[in-house]
Design a protein around this ligand. Structure first.
Ligand SMILES: Cc1cc2nc3c(=O)[nH]c(=O)nc-3n(C[C@H](O)[C@H](O)[C@H](O)COP(=O)(O)O)c2cc1C
Length: 377
């Protein structure tokens, strides 16, 4: 099939993956209203077309925390990415490094930090959940630091897991899950061979490194379920700010007051995010809240945003709404599932071209010039 966009990668991934994996990636919480709103609200953002402004020498580079990056994009933390392609996190980090952008490794990655860091030509960013097991948190932060991670992305919008109805239908959870997953794998031989057989161990590498025994996919839900901490509050997190010597980014901010709290807490950055519509169904989309959050904290910390980004134009829209950087989640995993590292690189090249074209058509030479003045009202 012809692939020229993330939408094509999604369709190719749908064909290749066992349904339980495709729907785990593709789905959201509840009736998936927030998931849809992320995409719809972003696509509804209109840009001002400007002409004859001499945009020939384009600068697509950005600087975050004193480091230069080639594009305003980072690969979002996606748990279980290693189930979508053989040693998926390794392939993704290689693609990110080739494009000089950050790869953010999830706490619940299949590949352990050491395996990913060994393949990265740039420092990785590590994502951490708030978990009851503080010894695990300390241990994994120490390992990330020793492996050269510069930035800790601390996800706070998952004190409890969202209710994802699709997972019960797809076999990811619910009755007969294990049997259905095996059956689906057998019916998807390309995936079964590449990832099911050669992508092993199917482990949660960071967790087994701590617990000292291999934890399979079935253990994933159990360990995480027992470890979410709904009682957590800002004051309980101070030890993390004190302990982590690198940059700290709080992920999962959707309200200007929480953005101000993150600033007061001492965060270096935030990710405006509703976890890709996987947590509070009925929450506003990232595109809808971003301008008010930018108004509250722009220039005081680095604002990243994610949710519904499928094209370079969507990246551009997020910047126009007030973001300093944009995370892509599902889009890169559709590409990873389809073509591995080459797929992610191809997606990034497609997005880069979109951004370049948009810069010319909106009359800007540098991404520093992209802001609310480019919004057509
Ligand atoms: C399958 C899947 C797994 C995810 N796992 C994590 C995770 O482990 N940690 C985290 O902070 N966010 C996680 N997220 C949320 C993403 O980091 C990101 O916020 C979201 O995917 C952005 O929306 P988009 O997919 O529309 O780009 C996950 C998202 C998906 C789709």
């Amino acid at each position: 099939m012809i692939i020229s966009s993330a939408t094509d990668f999604r369709e190719a991934a749908r064909r290749k993956l066992p349904p339980f994996l495709f729907h785990y990636l593709d789905g959201g919480a509840g009736a998936e209203q927030t998931l849809r709103a992320n995409v719809d609200d972003l696509q509804a953002v209109k840009l001002r077309q400007r002409v004859l402004r001499g945009s020939e020498q384009l600068d697509l580079g950005v600087q975050w925390f004193g480091e230069d990056y080639a594009l305003p994009i980072a690969l979002a933390p996606v748990g279980l990415a290693g189930m979508y392609a053989r040693r998926g996190e390794v392939q993704a980090v290689r693609a990110a490094c080739r494009h000089h952008i950050p790869f953010i490794q999830s706490t619940v990655s299949v590949c352990p930090l050491a395996e990913v860091a060994a393949q990265a030509s740039k420092p990785i960013w590590f994502q951490l959940y708030v978990l009851k097991d503080r010894d695990f948190m300390r241990d994994v932060m120490r390992r990330a630091w020793e492996l050269g991670a510069t930035t800790l992305v601390f996800t706070v919008d998952m004190p409890v897991p969202g209710n994802r109805y699709r997972d019960a239908h797809s076999g990811m959870s619910g009755a007969n899950g294990p049997m259905r997953r095996v059956l689906q794998a057998m019916l998807h031989p390309r995936w079964a061979w590449d990832v099911g057989v050669f992508g092993r161990p199917h482990d949660l590498g960071n967790i087994s490194a701590f617990r000292g025994n291999a934890t399979g996919l079935a253990d994933y839900i159990g360990w995480l379920g027992a470890n979410f901490d709904p009682g957590i509050a800002w004051q309980d997190l101070q030890w993390i700010r004190d302990e982590w010597k690198g940059r700290l980014v709080i992920k999962g901010i959707l309200d200007p007051d929480d953005a101000r709290d993150a600033l007061a807490f001492g965060a270096d950055g935030i990710v405006v995010s509703n976890h890709g519509g996987r947590q509070l169904d009925g929450a506003l989309s990232s595109a809808a809240v971003l301008p008010s959050i930018a108004e509250a904290v722009k220039g005081k910390l680095t604002i990243f945003a994610d949710g519904g980004v499928r094209t370079g134009t969507d990246v551009f829209r997020m910047l126009a709404l007030g973001a300093d950087g944009v995370l892509i989640g599902r889009a890169f995993v559709y590409a990873l599932a389809t073509q591995g590292q080459a797929g992610v690189e191809r997606l990034l090249a497609i997005m880069e071209k979109d951004i370049r074209t948009n810069m010319v058509l909106t009359g800007v030479k540098s991404l520093r010039e992209v802001g609310p003045q480019l919004l057509a009202r």
